[in-house]
Design a protein around this ligand. Sequence first.
Ligand SMILES: [Zn+2]
Length: 393
Amino acid sequence: MRARRGKSSKPVLIVVLLCIAALAALLYSPPGRAPIASAAALDLFPAEPEIRVLLRVLKTGESLRIGSKPLAVSAAGSQGTLAPESLLEWNGQQLVMGTAALRLPARIAPEAGTRLELGDGRWPGELEVLQDGAVLRLILRVPFEEYLAGVVQAEMGPTFADAALEAQAIACRSYAANQIATQKSRAWDVDTTQLTQVLRGDRQPGRKVRRAVELTRGLVLTWNGRLLEGVFSAVCGGRTRSSGEAFGGTTVPPLSGRECGHCRAAPFHEWSASRDRTEVATALGCGEILGLGAMTFTQTERLASVVVHCQSGPVDVSGSRMKRALGTAARSTWITLLEMDGTLIRANGRGHGHGVGLCQHGAGHLASRSGWSAADILAYYYPTAELARLYTP
Ligand SMILES: [Zn+2]
């Protein structure tokens, strides 16, 4: 009996297990895998370009520590190698490095194979120093792909799965290439802050991040044959929003927003913030806050405006202004509750960042838990976008 039962139940068990596996595969297979597979030649640049990164602005009397290795310097036609000095100083008239006064514009390159030590970090590329009225602009000239390795390290980092890092690299490359293409009238393309993309001198790109950048070398997002700005934010909170709603201007279909639902486990998917009522009042220039009135919301439920009853009368405050007034604990304008509670103003909200484009923690989840590729992730967060090659490798 035991042997017969064993023989007859095994195939049934296998069939049941196969059915469960097939069902699981069906449930976890990403929708719409196909649309971003091709990589046509965009050839916006003949070869890998250099990107100009605004590192610092020096005002008169300010100085900055500079590297410990010999530096090759070219300044307004003259060239030479200077011994490393401890300070780069701007006195309003001259750029002084040690005992030498450098004519401007100047270019300072580190010893081959090393990074430029400047301020509290080590930076890729060479330093260009330009005078702009009373200030000096310190601009890094960095090979594009090397810059991207630094940006992906700072913006996402090696704790994320490979496919998420590759998607991030393509998004960052698309954003930065768009900056190079559109910022020709000024002396730099990007800075090192969240205003563009973060680059940090104290975090060097590791092997995992470099691999993601190398695997996607030259790949960018396009829409309708044009370069797409690869905007991204940390946590969308459940739904990404349109670029027009967040930044103004025209919204193209890949940046029109979509449901996410993959960042639920992320920090700040939901958050609470509270701040002293007088501090919020000061931040709003309100005198004293007597009460909060009607709130209006955008299409994607972000706070558009709230009426604040100040001593002098009601004031219409925008959602982004209220977010700033609540302090750093308020992570986005997706504010679901705003109330006065004794001496405090309290807020509940969702998401971290502006919420447009790729949701970084959603991408991380899709890569690590659902096995999505970079192309799947990009097709999901930038629907109808395509991949293209920015230059021939
Ligand atoms: Zn999300």
